[in-house]
Ligand binder design. Structure first.
Ligand code: NAP
Length: 285
């Protein structure tokens, strides 16, 4: 049987349509237009593109976006001061610091400075800890998108062997914790993992978050596995050799059109949720 294509593009559009309804409702009920603040330090072309895509998405779902563009020479102290200012701004419901920042900046300190109630990109330690322990937190956007795709297509996770390749703070680790919380049996692999092909061969669900084009080979894949390719490399190529591996799978996310569009949709979803909470809080006062 032909594998099921896990279409993140269509799901992202569906998600955005619901978010537009929500923002219209917030405007009508509370007269409030929520703001997502995006901070871009320097002028890295890829980062500029990502920020522009996020601003366009804000427009589509009825959020205002505030662009904070800072010079390449910005210091950690200056960036921290800006984040504190945005933390205090009641119109701002979400703060996104575009990654990566220039090397001389203490990125971790800046991520940590974002107030958890505005950490809609799920980047700080408190957010990760709360999510891992099953408490409320805004989930890191790409992992949240992956979990939403799995849910939309009814992919069963309980008791399944999930293998996550990659352990970054924004992708590998949080998606592993989310799969664990969904009762999958999770193995996290990284650059020091031994016998990676054999580990991947055990997986019912493979999540590739490596950052190397077509890194995961068809021979590593168990027949009928579900393939989640979070990778996005130059030339619109993912981290799984989907051309050859997809045929062995029961379902897979295409690249492009799988995990990518869902990341931005989830960022919007988190921001809208933060806005709704802020409106409800303000109306109590
Ligand atoms: P990252 O921070 O560079 O992490 C890569 C991970 O892959 C690391 O944990 C690394 O292990 C592991 N790795 C590297 N070589 C390996 C090997 N030979 N065997 C096994 N593991 C290996 O990357 P990231 O930020 O998580 O991104 C991963 C991919 O997802 C990239 O293609 C990126 O473009 C994509 N991405 C997509 C979205 C989206 O919106 N769709 C968002 C974010 C990222 P160590 O920890 O041992 O170094």
């Amino acid at each position: 049987m032909a594998p099921l294509i896990l279409d993140g593009k269509t799901l992202s559009k569906k998600t955005e349509a619901l978010l537009l309804e929500k923002s219209t409702e917030l405007k009508a009920k509370y007269g409030f237009v929520p703001v997502l603040a995006t901070i871009l330090v320097g002028s890295d072309p890829a980062s500029c593109t990502y920020v522009r895509m996020k601003k366009n998405a804000c427009q589509r779902v009825g959020l205002d976006s505030m662009s904070v563009e800072m010079d390449e020479s910005t210091t950690t102290e200056q960036l921290l001061a800006k984040i504190h200012e945005l933390n205090r701004d009641s119109r701002v419901c979400g703060i996104l610091l575009q990654h990566p920042v220039p090397r001389h900046i203490d990125e971790k300190a800046c991520f940590e400075a974002i107030a958890p109630e505005k950490d809609v990109d799920g980047v700080n330690t408190a957010t990760f800890g709360r999510m891992t322990m099953g408490s409320f937190a805004y989930k890191s956007a790409t992992p949240y998108g992956i979990m939403s795709i799995l849910e939309e297509y009814g992919i069963e996770l309980e008791g399944k062997e999930a293998v996550v390749i990659g352990r970054s703070a924004i992708l590998g680790k949080p998606v592993a914790m989310m799969l664990l919380n969904a009762n999958a049996t999770v193995t996290i692999c990284h650059s020091k993992t031994k016998n990676l092909p054999e580990v991947v061969k055990r997986a019912d669900i493979v999540v590739a978050a490596v950052g190397k084009p077509r890194f995961v080979k068809a021979e590593w894949i168990k027949d009928g596995a579900v393939l989640i390719d979070a990778g996005y490399n130059p030339g619109n190529v993912g981290d799984i050799d989907l051309e050859n591996a997809a045929a062995k799978s029961s379902a897979y996310t295409p690249v492009p059109g799988g995990c990518g569009p869902m990341t931005i949709a989830m960022l919007m979803k988190n921001t809208m949720e933060s806005a709704e909470k802020a409106c409800k809080e303000a109306s109590k006062k």
